[in-house]
Design a protein around this ligand. Structure first.
Ligand code: NAD
Ligand code: ZN
Ligand code: ZN
Length: 368
């Protein structure tokens, strides 16, 4: 079938909007009709050519929600009409990672996913005769996309798809990371108040954090972040010369947990430096430019600080994501206030421009 899609032909070019041919689902795959798709900074890393897992031309998008149109042979857990969220982190339940129960990483289809193809090594998208690659195994900026069954979370049908699409990345990543790492009474720092950072802030409030310090080079998200629970806000270079010293001063020595949500190496280092010695945890979420390395004085870790990372908030997509949606439906997690822009597919380049300039938190592309 033909499907309108946003295509990144090569890095640093505007996305082209065109119809692509989408092949039907093969064994173990599902054809999904996307209703809405949020734009995340990780898509931007692919558009800028600094994402290690991008093969061009590709269709970006990994924060979508939609309905099952058709299932391939052997698909047993999903049927036509089911509401789903595509997962860039699948959950097969059978690989060594899934069986360990110690991680939400699943290895089964990672090698093909990172090469922009389905598990059988081919793409389901074509533009004319030319294959177009999948991105993150999801490609939700196509009206129709094909996703492996193990990379789809089935969700309740009364959840509004034009809002819960954000659980495909930002909300789950941020709230999940906060709930995993924060204890009641902790002081917390959050570097970067985009879609990930603001959700860490609301997760920190839910987890019972005491002080929640936001740091961003832009003031545009201050009001939203405060409404989510941020208690202090710092603009490095304007309010304070050095955010690390300011955070130590505010907390009498450093925060219990610092989250880095920018992808900037200098900020990753700041998130370690601003933690309290002996037990402070620096949790890195930002996606660094491919191939870059981080340096730090080992003594900080020897004395007890730790550097951790978080992928999709540590949430197992198929088995744990539906419970987070229940918490949204119960009013505990907010989505509405962080959707700053709604766009048509034709406006997708404007959406990424809003992200680059720091004016949006989340833009959502609407297919209906
Ligand atoms: P975003 O572009 O919406 O927000 C980033 C924010 O960081 C912006 O508000 C920007 O002003 C701020 N910022 C930039 N430089 C800064 C600096 N030097 N100091 C302080 N703030 C600074 O991005 P997002 O969608 O929230 O994603 C944030 C990062 O997380 C990206 O690197 C993205 O690729 C990554 N990410 C990781 C995961 C994961 O599972 N670990 C999931 C989604 C996104
Ligand atoms: Zn994302
Ligand atoms: Zn697995």
């Amino acid at each position: 079938m033909l499907s309108p899609a946003a295509i990144c032909v090569a890095p640093n070019q505007l996305l082209e909007i065109d119809d692509v041919t989408v092949e039907g689902p093969q064994a173990g795959e599902v054809l999904v009709e996307i209703v809405a798709s949020g734009l995340c900074h990780t898509d931007l890393t692919a558009l800028e050519g600094i994402n290690a897992s991008s093969v061009y031309p590709l269709i970006p998008g990994h924060e979508g929600a939609g309905r099952v149109v058709e299932v391939g042979a052997g698909v047993a857990t999903l049927a036509r009409g089911d509401h789903v969220i595509p997962l860039y982190g699948p959950e097969c339940g059978e690989c060594s990672m899934c069986r360990s129960k110690r991680t939400n990483l699943c290895w089964t289809i990672k090698p093909t996913r990172d090469h922009g193809v389905m598990p059988d090594g081919s793409s389901r998208f074509r533009r004319g005769q030319e294959p177009v690659h999948h991105f993150m195994g999801t490609s939700t900026l196509s009206r129709y996309t094909v996703v492996p069954e193990i990379a789809l979370a089935k969700i309740r049908k009364d959840a509004p798809l034009d809002k819960v699409c954000l659980f495909g990345c930002g909300v789950t990543t941020g709230v999940g990371a906060a709930l995993t790492h924060i204890r009641p009474g902790d002081n917390v720092a959050v570097f970067g108040l985009g879609g990930i950072g603001v959700n860490i802030i609301q997760g920190a409030r839910i987890a019972g954090a005491a002080r929640i310090i936001g740091i961003d080079i832009s003031r545009s998200k201050t009001e939203l972040a405060r409404s989510y629970g941020m208690t202090d806000f710092l603009v490095p270079g304007e309010d304070v010369p050095d955010p690390v010293i300011a955070i130590r001063d505010l907390t009498g020595g450093g925060v219990d947990v610092a989250f880095e949500c920018t992808g900037v190496l200098k900020v990753m280092r700041q998130s370690l430096d601003c933690c309290v010695p002996a037990w402070g945890k620096s949790v890195l979420l930002g996606v660094e430019p491919a191939g870059s390395e981080l340096s730090f004085p080992p003594v900080q870790v020897r004395y007890g600080k730790s550097i951790l990372g978080s992928y999709f908030g540590g949430v197992k997509g198929r088995s744990e994501l539906p419970a987070l949606i229940d918490r949204f439906m119960a009013g505990e997690i907010d989505v509405d206030r962080q959707i700053t822009h709604r766009l048509t597919l034709a406006q997708v380049n404007e959406g990424f421009e809003l992200m680059r300039s720091g004016r949006s938190v989340r833009s959502v592309v609407m297919f209906e």
